[in-house]
Ligand binder design. Structure first.
Ligand SMILES: [Zn+2]
Ligand SMILES: [Zn+2]
Length: 1007
């Protein structure tokens, strides 16, 4: 009877994984795992950053999910109580855009006409379709995550579209309002003409900038009252020229009046004459400081438009005039352009700010979809982005164009639909970053907070957030600088989104009559304040259109008022989860807004991990903001950020480039244990290159090596009828002693690295250990086991050691590679699962000269010496099977040094290892200083030659045994033309041959 289930050497990992996965869920193992530590006093509080439930997972999602699962498994094995709650991000533009694509509709009008002629029903239908999409993809992502081996409480995932989440954001916004931080502001904002909504600064990520070629224009503006003198101005956004109010100069720069070959005289920065005119500059007439140009008036190409005329008349002295720039708002560069900058107050962030500072008027030029407004005469109704030529042609025809040319620049696109952005003045809602709080930040109700943080009266949100960010342990540590940099430079938080449907209903109620507004903080408050529509709304989620049935009364003038039409910025949805996802398991109520007890047991969370590009502005930011406002505390203690996943060719993954890998495809072709191992080994600061070649290499270097060791153990242990014994026996073999010391060292290293959230050091140590185990322990122990070796204590000890090593290794690997560790562990132990096992303990080493560390040093030395010996054999062309007489080691360290601890000595056992490994009869050590050198005695005596022949024959017979499918213990009969007679017994013993018979040809027979 076999003790263990036999193992196939040709393992198919993905198939194996699928079988194990099924077993986990059908047996209820996952549930037992999740509730393993329910009664524990120790906790590990992890918070999942919600994944957007909008599409199937890509292989890049597996990186973060590997980390998330890894640390939760580690802490589960350590006995820590946990929540295992996964999160789905549900609301916002990303879902809307996909639903629009599905419906093949193009714009707002189409959405509002989904149910012909009924706007309200249309919006209800659209919102429902968005919800449906979230449900569909959250189910798909759940299945994919399970396939990844990710153990979570999948039936209790949180959804950011939940009532709890939405109302909790209301509570946050109301708290902001109480501090006086919510305001409506008019600003020039980046705007997506397709989505017809503002794009907040948070959403403008570097990856959303595209290299685009646009037609740019140098245009000339005739100066009023000066003959043939022009201001030369350059712009890359000609569509904004109708919005031109002024041109800006730097008062400290030198500007020259240049006569060009076209006979006209142009003003521009002296340093740019060459780059603009080249050989077309005939002469420089004069040069003055920028300040002397300030105040000059000019004519523009669109002066005939009614709206331009009107703006001019109403703003004499502040229109079409040279203005001094403010270097902090709109710095002028001397590397391109003309040094005279077109200022379109309504159509640029800097332009708007400068205009505000100088009290300039503005001309609004575009609608929400970037069509020119009806006030723009012949331009009205034409689209500014789609038809740039109407501007260029007109400017040229009017004689204002100097030069039009193609210009390549980085231009921002919408993060969802990739349409090119424009800038537009809009009324949006903001949270002020630099306004001192009106009221105190509430002292903690938990009584365990830092007393110093209890009253921060009068501080700005920006200052407070910076203080909170500093309390967090950022990995990598540059994370803090990145976050602080963002916090230092960000504008007020734009929280509204116009013209959208599927998102947080911003609870702002504004009076159209008197301008007063209020922010509601809960469903209860809404009910209390409702004067109309509550019945129609009741029973619905707080989304459009139903939420807007409810009207309240203006507290100032008693007018019946509505909620503003806008939805909220999506990062509000994810930022609130440290408060909105803790439902008290006993009361089923949201803990934070009831007694806070259950919530307080988990907050602040110990650990979060997400890909950092973008998150400093987004999830990390919004959590810090919301936690600062509500608790003035860091929402998480440690954050592990990681870089970006690229294709193995080093380029971003793109379907069209053939280097993108979908999650299911990757899991089926590669196997998720290999995928997880690739991520675990990765330095999180560096981008990870991912592809099939790298996966094959990873599997070969680690998983197959481990599998071969396992296969070796099972095959021989079954053959030898080894029975597992739990009692420790005295270790007598130096190899056993060594590998057990290495194992102890490994446990310590892996434990300490995981404690520090460093998976890469842990995984690389594990991989190195498996390599040592295979290439030294198993290699040198092969002759200790198997049917050719008589039963002995040493054989027993070898199995016992390897069993201990493999079962412990499985426990260490369980958080990293849950499938292979399960397969091996179950077969070895007969236990239900490695995932219910405890994390292995270790004896801390102090790192100096204990017996264990000395042994490990000695073994390291022996392995180096053997490597030199093998290199020597190779150099001399002598196969290892040919025994040699003597092996000499020169410059062997002095015994004196050995005694001091830093060095080592060779005992008989160690010497024997060298003899076996290098197949030599004698090992000589010559003491000396300097580099270790080795020498082989190459003189072959007849006995050595005969032994070499015998070994060669053994090899041939073993191969023949394998090729006829002979079992490990089967006896055979061998026909041989000849063999060295003095080695007959040796050959018989090594090959389990009963007889060696002289015959013409070599052949074996199974008896
Ligand atoms: Zn868009
Ligand atoms: Zn009012």
């Amino acid at each position: 009877m076999n003790m263990f289930k036999p193992v196939t050497p040709n393992v198919n990992f993905p198939e194996m994984e699928k079988k194990i996965l099924e077993g986990w869920y059908s047996s209820g193992l996952v549930d037992r795992y999740l509730h393993r530590n329910d009664k524990s006093e120790k906790r590990f509080s992890f918070l999942d950053g919600p994944i957007t439930a909008n599409n199937p997972m890509g292989v890049h999602h597996a990186w973060g999910r590997t980390y998330k699962d890894l640390w939760q498994r580690f802490h589960n094995m350590l006995g820590d109580k946990q929540r295992f709650q996964n999160g789905f991000d549900c609301q916002g533009l990303w879902i809307e855009v996909e639903v629009e694509k599905e419906l093949e509709i193009r714009n707002k009008k189409d959405i509002e006409n989904l149910v012909a002629g009924d706007k309200k029903k249309s919006i209800a239908k659209f919102v429902q379709l968005c919800k449906d999409r979230v449900v569909r993809f959250s189910n798909i992502q759940t299945e994919q995550s399970k396939r990844l081996g990710y153990f979570m409480d999948w039936d209790n995932s949180y959804y950011t579209m939940s009532d709890e989440n939405n109302y909790m954001i209301w509570h946050f916004l109301k708290t902001c309002h109480e501090k006086g931080w919510i305001y409506k502001g008019r600003d020039s904002v980046p705007w997506c003409p397709r989505c017809q909504t503002a794009i907040s600064q948070h959403e403008m990520l570097t990856e959303d900038y595209k290299e685009i070629v646009h037609e740019s224009i140098y245009f000339r503006l005739p100066i009023v009252g000066r003959e043939n003198e022009y201001l030369l101005v350059w712009t890359t956004t000609p569509w904004t020229i109708p919005a031109n109010i002024a041109v800006a100069v730097d008062v400290t720069f030198n500007y020259s009046l240049v006569e060009a070959s076209d006979g006209k005289k142009y003003w521009l920065a002296r340093e740019l004459i060459e780059s603009v005119f080249g050989t077309n500059a005939k002469k420089i007439i004069k040069t003055v400081k920028g300040k002397e140009l300030v105040g000059a008036k000019y004519h523009g190409p669109f002066d005939d438009l009614e709206v331009v005329k009107k703006t001019n008349e109403e703003n004499k002295g502040k229109f079409h005039i040279v203005i001094p720039t403010d270097k902090n708002i709109l710095p002028i560069v001397l590397t391109e352009g003309t040094g005279i900058v077109h200022t379109a107050v309504s159509a640029g962030v800097e332009d708007f700010k400068l205009g505000k500072k100088l009290g300039l008027p503005m001309i609004a030029v575009i609608e929400d979809n970037a069509d020119y407004l009806p006030t723009l005469g012949f331009l009205a109704g034409q689209n500014a982005k789609k038809h740039p030529r109407i501007i260029l042609d007109y400017v040229a025809q009017k004689g204002f164009a100097y030069k039009i040319h193609n210009y390549k620049h980085r231009y921002p696109a919408c993060w969802r639909c990739k349409a090119e952005l424009v800038w537009k003045v809009a009324d949006e809602w903001y949270i002020a970053m630099d306004k001192k709080a009106k009221s105190e930040i509430p002292a903690s109700t938990m009584g365990r907070r830092n007393p110093k943080s209890e009253t921060k009266n009068g501080k700005t949100l920006r200052k407070m957030m910076m203080g909170v960010a500093k309390k967090i342990n950022w990995i990598p540590d540059f994370g803090l600088d990145r976050e602080l940099d963002w916090l230092k430079n960000m504008h007020d938080w734009l929280i509204s989104k116009k013209n959208r449907y599927w998102g947080l209903a911003l609870p702002i109620y504004e009076c159209t009559k008197c301008g007063w507004f209020d922010v509601l903080g809960s469903k209860e408050e809404l009910k209390e304040r409702a004067v109309e529509g509550w019945k129609e709304f009741e029973g619905h989620t707080p989304h459009k259109p139903h939420i807007d049935e409810v009207k309240i009364k203006c507290a100032k003038c008693d007018t019946e008022i509505s909620r503003i039409d806008d939805v909220g910025n999506v990062w509000l949805d994810a930022g609130i989860v440290p408060f909105a996802t803790y439902l008290d398991p006993k009361t089923k109520k949201l803990s934070y807004t009831s007694d806070k007890k259950y919530w307080g047991e988990w907050y602040p969370v110990d650990f979060i991990t997400e890909s950092f590009p973008g998150q400093f502005k987004n999830w990390f930011y919004s959590m810090i903001a919301m936690s600062t406002v509500l608790e003035n505390e860091n929402p998480f203690k440690t954050v592990l950020g990681f870089a970006t996943l690229l294709g193995e060719d080093g380029r971003p993954m793109h379907k069209s480039w053939g280097n993108a890998i979908e999650f299911n495809e990757g899991a089926d072709k590669i196997g998720v244990d290999v995928i997880r191992w690739m991520f675990a080994k990765q330095d999180p600061e560096q981008n990870s290159l991912f592809g099939y070649k790298k996966a094959d290499e990873t599997r070969r270097k680690f998983h197959l090596l481990l599998w071969n060791i396992y296969n070796f153990f099972i095959t021989y242990a079954n053959t030898d009828q080894y029975k597992v014994e739990r009692e420790k026996s005295k270790i007598t073999n130096v190899l056993d002693e060594w590998i057990l010391s290495k194992l102890n060292e490994l446990i310590q290293k892996v434990t300490e690295s995981l404690d520090k959230f460093d998976a890469a050091v842990a995984a690389n140590s594990l991989e190195l250990f498996v390599s040592d185990l295979s290439q030294w322990y198993v290699r040198r122990s092969r002759d200790r086991v198997g049917p050719t070796v008589p039963n002995s204590q040493d054989k027993e000890n070898c199995y016992k050691t390897l069993y201990e090593v493999l079962t412990t290794l499985c426990r260490l690997l369980a958080p990293f590679t849950p499938y292979i560790s399960e397969e091996i562990y179950q077969n070895l132990t007969g236990e239900e699962s490695v995932h219910l096992a405890n994390w292995p303990a270790f004896v801390p080493l102090n790192g100096t000269s204990t017996g264990q560390t000395q042994l490990m040093k000695n073994m390291e030395f022996i392995r180096q010496v053997c490597e030199l010996g093998h290199a020597k054999r190779k150099e001399l062309g002598l196969k290892v099977r040919q025994p040699l007489g003597k092996f000499s080691i020169f410059n062997f360290p002095r015994p004196r040094q050995a005694k001091r601890g830093g060095q080592f000595s060779l005992n008989d056992e160690m010497t024997q290892l060298i003899k076996d490994e290098l197949n030599v009869k004698e090992v000589e050590t010559v003491i000396g200083d300097g580099e270790i050198e080795v020498e082989l005695d190459t003189q072959l005596t007849p006995t050595l030659i005969a032994e070499g022949q015998a070994r060669e024959l053994v090899r041939q017979i073993q191969n023949a045994r394998k090729s006829v499918g002979c079992g490990l213990t089967d006896k055979i009969k061998v026909n041989l033309p000849s063999w060295p007679i003095e080695f007959t017994n040796y050959i018989k013993k090594e090959t389990l041959a009963d007889e060696l018979i002289v015959g013409d040809i070599f052949k074996i027979e199974v008896k």
